[in-house]
Design a protein around this ligand. Sequence first.
Ligand code: ACO
Length: 400
Amino acid sequence: SVDISTFTRQTGHTTLDYGFVNTAATKSAITYIDGDEGILRYRGYPIEQLAKNSTYLEVAWLLIYGELPTADQLAEFDGRIRRHTLLHEDLKRFFSALPHNAHPMSVLSAATAALSTYYEGESDPHNPEHVELNTIRMLAKLPVIAAYAHKKSIGQAFLYPDNSLGFVDNFLKLNFGVLSEIYEINPVMSRALERLLILHEDHEQNASTSTVRLVGSTGANQFSSISAGINALYGPLHGGANEAVLEMLGRIRDSGESVERFVERVKNKEDGVKLMGFGHRVYKNYDPRAKLVKESADEVLEALGVNDPLLDLAKQLEEIALSDDYFRERRLYPNVDFYTGVIYKAMGFPTRMFTVLFAIGRLPGWLAQWREAVTDPQTKIGRPQQLYTGSPARNYPGLG
Ligand code: ACO
């Protein structure tokens, strides 16, 4: 078989493929999706089984190293991550330079890029020890940065990580604990968040992961590559959709507009309005992650003692959309973002933190994909072609 770059060189042909709808840029052994059947597997394991039985760090290990860890390997991995959670004190001051109303996604990407400056002597992408160390650093520090972005936005003091706690509990305490008060972990909330994070851990060559791989293909280190991935995730057509869904639901509720009328406006593409949290480039069937999130939404809200009419509104929207020809013909179903926001809200996260939670979820996938790309001898610097449509050659006339 001839790969596409050899084909292009040999024949002079270029493929124009807006949005890479048909073009594979890599081979990958990490995640399998069958969009027609609604199947998602990490390293061969069905997402449903992992979400039910495993932990965030166990799945992170699976994605990064290719097999499930043994109990000893997992304990060692967890222990190493706990020892790396502290941020350099100077980096903590970095947050003071940013406006208090900065979007936490901007804070997250800026602070992740800044992490690179602390480890520049130890960030050679081709040095396995550096790669290993920075994998641990990223997993340990990104949740702390995320929690600080949250604390900053509400004007509260940053807490130090509590390394007696596991990954998710530590993260919850960093977000919701306050100085000089004991923070009680709510096990229902902890397990619900862990499940949501597992569902987000990888999703093959989506926009942010492709960005991580593209930046990594230039020889940039993990911090720089992942910071770029966070920026790609920020957009409302990608990870930013979870925030946009909740805003959309809130707008419908507050405007008093009927759900039917809103759906009509979506179908007529009035002002470009979309049903956020619906549709997917790959899934032309129900997103298996959305199915799991929807199944648990009622249960989690009930266990947290929250009754949110926005959940009913979301279900109503889904029901109307799924029985409508516009959505059926285009095979538009709820994606993972449609129901997550309602759960994050019930947990107490502000809307602007939703995409940050997605980023923490996706981090293991970014790390695994970056490592796969960097160690693949076939990886080349990513460099798409273009079809030039500008002016033909002309002579500079001088200023008239
Ligand atoms: N609401 C209304 N119409 C939609 C929606 C939607 N959410 N999504 C797609 N369509 C329509 C398009 O307008 C287009 O209609 P047309 O044939 O009349 O022109 C048709 O369905 C095909 O859609 P495309 O935009 O070509 O599909 P694409 O694969 O390029 O986009 C995307 C996928 C970006 C996810 C899109 O469905 C969308 O914008 N959804 C809303 C945002 C969202 O939820 N993003 C999260 C994605 S999942 C994730 O990142 C975790």
